[in-house]
Write a protein that binds this ligand. Structure first.
Ligand SMILES: [Zn+2]
Length: 288
């Protein structure tokens, strides 16, 4: 069968475009896929393992072998790495918030004692499906203190910020703070219309700086950090605010934060700016 030159050229253009689209897609999305599915384990000390990747997690095993504390359970294959780190007879599992990149592995710990924010049973079911309602819930603004071996673990519900309720976990003796998604290290923060609040988020970060004597910080996403990262994120929100108020030029600020990674279609300087503009309009309309 003879194919005309015109059809041949059309097919060539079509297949070349397809290849370009697939390669571009891989270039854009593969780093994000890796970010959510990889898992690197850091044995911080004999009892504490830190699992970077996905939503970051920790496993703290008490030295008497009685209890293991897990904070957040990642999603997909990365969740299984947590299983191999748990050695205690009893498992206590804290979910900093209910997003799937932090709760996907809860199903591997059906007998764990679960601690989370004070969600209504409906809200819980909507996000967590058939997984049982937590054994202990913490009201926004309140905290719960539990011993895990020699460590005193403080769980505080910081209220609405990145999500409806975000909890942080402070390992007091180690001065080690697990922020959940209150801190994105090296990445633009993720804000969701109608769910997040940049104003409350910034206030929560300021409270963390004022009330917790922190040395080391495990962010929700990105590598291990220090309190300076929390200060940087406060400044980030302040800088976006300045662009909104017209006292800073957007281009200058985009350049200032060009070292931060974006999550395609989810986070970036422009997206944060749009969110905060939306939030300001909502406030003006009396919706907050
Ligand atoms: Zn997350």
């Amino acid at each position: 069968m003879r194919v005309s030159k015109g059809i041949r050229n059309t097919l060539l253009i079509f297949s070349t475009s397809l290849v370009i689209i697939v390669i571009s897609g891989l270039i854009v999305f593969y780093p994000v896929f890796r970010m959510f599915n990889q898992s690197e384990v850091i044995q911080y000390d004999p009892e504490l393992a830190i699992l970077i990747g996905g939503g970051n997690s920790i496993v703290l095993n008490s030295s008497d072998g009685e209890t293991s504390l897990i904070v957040d359970t990642k999603m997909g294959p990365a969740s299984k790495k947590i299983l191999s780190r748990v050695t205690g007879k009893k498992v206590v599992l804290i979910n900093t918030h209910l997003h799937p990149d932090h709760t996907g592995g809860n199903k591997y710990f059906p007998d764990a004692e679960v601690i989370a924010g004070r969600f209504s049973p409906d809200e819980w079911e909507q996000e967590m499906g058939s997984l049982p309602y937590p054994d202990h819930t913490i009201n926004p603004g309140s905290e719960k203190v539990i011993p895990i071996g020699r460590e005193r673990v403080i769980i505080r519900n910081m209220g609405q910020a990145h999500s409806q309720q975000d909890c942080v976990v402070f390992l007091k003796n180690r001065r080690f703070l697990i922020t959940g998604d209150l801190l994105f290290e090296g990445i633009h923060p993720v804000l969701f219309n109608t769910i997040s609040s940049s104003i409350k988020w910034r206030a929560a970060l300021e409270t963390l700086m004022d009330e917790f004597p922190v040395e080391t910080v495990l962010p929700g996403h990105g590598p291990l950090a220090t309190p300076e990262s929390i200060r940087s994120m406060i400044r980030y929100f302040q800088d976006v605010e300045k662009v909104l108020a017209g006292t800073e030029i957007q281009k200058t600020m985009v350049l200032k934060y060009s070292h931060l990674r974006k999550i395609p279609f989810v986070s970036g300087f422009g997206r944060t700016l749009r969110f905060m503009r939306f939030e300001a309009a909502q406030r003006e309309a009396g919706r907050f």
